[in-house]
Design a binder for this molecule. Structure first.
Ligand SMILES: CC(C)(COP(=O)(O)OP(=O)(O)OC[C@H]1O[C@@H](n2cnc3c(N)ncnc32)[C@H](O)[C@@H]1OP(=O)(O)O)[C@@H](O)C(=O)NCCC(=O)NCCS
Length: 147
């Protein structure tokens, strides 16, 4: 499915919160408990801190998801990737992640992503070549290394 990425702004706060409610509430609830106002504040903090790395996923002019990709000294990190349920399983996240992996490959930098232990998303990450390098009580941490 064709998609575009557009710059994110503070006006996207409600959209992102809705996506988090639809896609992430089930596990945030299990790990930390779900409080909408706390999530709103955390998302606002994230927007203020990482705005340049956050992109809205757009299909046919419709906002359908959010992705965060940041470059650090010696690695890249996929921070957030959420696709609206109506647009899931159409290959959007795979395609975006392949682009990120390509950037990391070209720059010969490690790329990392983490997810909740019970999140089926880890199958997708494994399929794209990510390997587990750490597991803690709640999360599984995956990487691709290029050297
Ligand atoms: C994970 C997610 C971004 C994948 O986006 P997508 O565009 O649907 O992904 P693709 O179509 O490229 O790939 C589909 C794969 O995603 C995974 N997936 C499907 N539905 C999922 C869901 N509700 N939650 C998590 N992963 C899911 C599966 O591994 C699936 O592969 P499968 O067909 O072998 O089961 C999307 O499902 C989502 O937004 N989930 C909720 C938020 C989330 O968990 N984000 C990841 C946090 S680290």
């Amino acid at each position: 499915m064709d998609y575009k990425l557009r710059e994110c702004s503070l006006n996207d706060l409600e959209f992102i919160l809705n996506l988090k409610t639809l896609g992430m509430k089930w596990y945030i609830e299990k790990i930390y408990g779900w409080d909408y106002e706390i999530q709103k504040q955390l998302t606002l903090n994230e927007l203020n801190k990482n705005l340049k790395d956050m992109k809205i996923i757009v299909v046919d002019g419709q906002d359908v998801g959010i992705t965060t990709f940041s470059e650090n000294n010696d690695y890249y990190e996929v921070g957030l990737i959420v696709v609206h349920p109506d647009y899931q399983n159409k290959g959007i996240a795979s395609s975006i992640l392949r682009e990120y992996i390509k950037i990391a490959t070209n720059n010969k930098k490690r790329i990392i992503i983490k997810t909740y232990k019970e999140n089926p998303a880890q199958k997708l990450y494994a399929r794209l070549g990510f390997n587990v390098y750490k597991i803690d009580e709640t999360h599984i941490y995956l990487e691709i290394i290029f050297n």
